[in-house]
Design a protein. Structure first.
Ligand SMILES: *Cc1c(COP(=O)(O)O)cnc(C)c1O
Length: 452
């Protein structure tokens, strides 16, 4: 839960101290154990207890689900102090529990644990990946501003930026995911000129890597270098990145120059295809405006979802590691199959620059990839309809293997020209490998390819 001992709370000159009333924060977990001797504990260990003190909940080993809309204040001064955090008079959010649209014990414990993986100063949980993305954009973008983004993005994100923000006088420019830093700098210069003309600023650089469903990687370090070349420090836009496909295990963008990391927690973090949620992580300074908008519009997730996410974090490393190993074995089988035209798998990158980005940014190839079946839509459909273990569904990152055909499903609304430009062909099957037995899955893919 919120760190009560943070220096910034003690150095702020604030009204509650003037009242001369001692405000003891209520839900203060014991200082979390992060080290034993000189050894810094690994995230997999911290997921079992970090941020939760059973003594505060009748000794309950697991955190109870706090089903309440509001929290009783210890005294009036505590109420005032907490609202100073909620309203932004005091940075870092409330240092106590107030009302369930703002915070709650389950959400706060989960946020503390999620932040461990990316070594983020601060983390926020949301009701969906899209509500997380929308809240980040609302917190950063004003009328006349320009959003610069990599392409392609998750379809709903593209709609949000181009169509919804467009209604409020916000424009955008994009560059392809694999663009060089020089190309990115060129687009940023263009955006700067466009913003000046529209009376705004370049508000945010929004990335998604790897891109869906092409798996093209964005050079985060290259984008940060281009940003620093084009902008002075005081007008430099923050770099936000949707890290859903590789995070939080295989890619840690905060280490490579990103300021804000975004997740659809519905995918690998939730990991069981049984909830919808989102997350945003970064420095306290970049999270404060996002928290303020979340407080205002209520895009926080509910306590039950936060509890399920917390349970999921305990097995995150196990699940993602197994899924990654499975994908490696399966892709090795699919690669040489006569009915396979190609694979978009990060373990088999041929492009030199993409390989370089992979080596600098990623510690694993993930378990979501594209399989190009020889032929077109008919062959793709025949393959999907013949699968026996893999389920025919969109989404990814769950314990079960899923397969879909983006051109006919998730990307059906994208125009033919844009699909062609992005390489989203009619024979591209998108597969998310789960934690089943790898050889069982290989048998399933083998028989389904035979049926094509
Ligand atoms: C699923 C997904 C989203 C949207 O998340 P929801 O939880 O469905 O709102 C955003 N970005 C990426 C890359 C996704 O895969």
């Amino acid at each position: 839960m919120a760190d009560q001992n943070d220096d910034q709370y003690d150095t702020q000159d604030d009204a509650t101290e003037d009242l001369g009333v001692a405000v003891t924060p209520r839900h203060v977990p014991k200082a979390p154990i992060e080290k034993i001797g000189g050894r810094k504990l690994k995230p997999a260990t911290l997921m079992m207890g970090h941020g939760y003190d059973p003594a505060l909940s009748e000794g309950s080993l697991k955190p109870p689900i706090f089903l309440t809309s509001t929290f009783a204040f210890e005294n009036a001064a505590a109420g005032k102090r907490h609202f100073e955090g909620i309203t932004g008079k005091r940075p870092g959010g409330a240092d106590g529990l107030v009302y369930s649209r703002f915070n709650g014990p389950n959400q706060e414990i989960f946020e503390d644990r999620l932040g461990v993986w990316d070594e983020a100063e601060d983390a926020l949980v949301f009701s969906s990946g899209m509500s997380a993305i929308a809240t980040v954009l609302l917190a950063n973008v004003n009328q006349g501003d320009v959003v610069v983004h990599s392409g392609p993005l998750y379809a709903a994100t593209e709609t949000l930026i181009s169509k919804v923000l467009g209604r409020f006088g916000v424009t955008y420019l994009d560059f392809p995911a694999g663009a060089s830093p020089d190309k990115v700098a060129e687009v940023l210069e263009q955006a700067k000129a466009q913003a000046a003309k529209n009376g705004g600023k370049v508000a945010i650089i929004y990335l998604e890597s790897p891109a869906n469903p092409t798996n093209a990687l964005v050079d985060i370090e290259g984008v940060a270098a281009a940003r620093d070349q084009v902008f002075d420090t005081d007008d430099a836009p923050p770099i936000a990145i949707d890290n859903t496909f590789l995070g939080p295990l295989w890619q840690k963008p905060l280490k490579h120059g990103a300021d804000i990391v975004i997740y659809s927690l519905t995918k690998y973090v939730g990991g069981h295809s049984d909830l919808v949620a989102g997350g945003v992580l970064g420095s306290k300074a970049s999270m404060d405006p996002v928290r303020a908008i979340r407080n205002t519009i209520g895009t926080i997730c509910d306590p039950n979802t936060a509890w399920m996410l917390m349970r999921s974090l305990e097995t995150l490393e196990l699940r993602m590691t197994r899924a990654g190993e499975n994908a490696e074995k399966i892709c090795a089988f699919l690669r040489d199959h006569p009915k396979v035209e190609g694979l978009g798998y990060l373990g088999f990158i041929s492009d030199e620059y993409q390989k370089d980005i992979y080596n600098r940014h990623c510690s694993g190839a993930g378990s979501t990839f594209s399989l190009f079946i020889k032929g077109g839509e008919a062959e793709g459909f025949a393959f999907l309809d013949a699968l026996k273990i893999a389920k025919l569904a969109v989404s990814l990152g769950g314990t079960e293997t899923l397969a879909s055909l983006p051109a006919a499903m998730t990307h059906l609304s994208v125009s033919d020209e844009r699909r062609a430009a992005l390489g989203i062909t009619d024979n591209l099957v998108r597969i998310s490998i789960g934690v089943e037995d790898a050889d069982d899955l290989i048998s399933d893919f083998e028989q389904a390819l035979e049926a094509v």
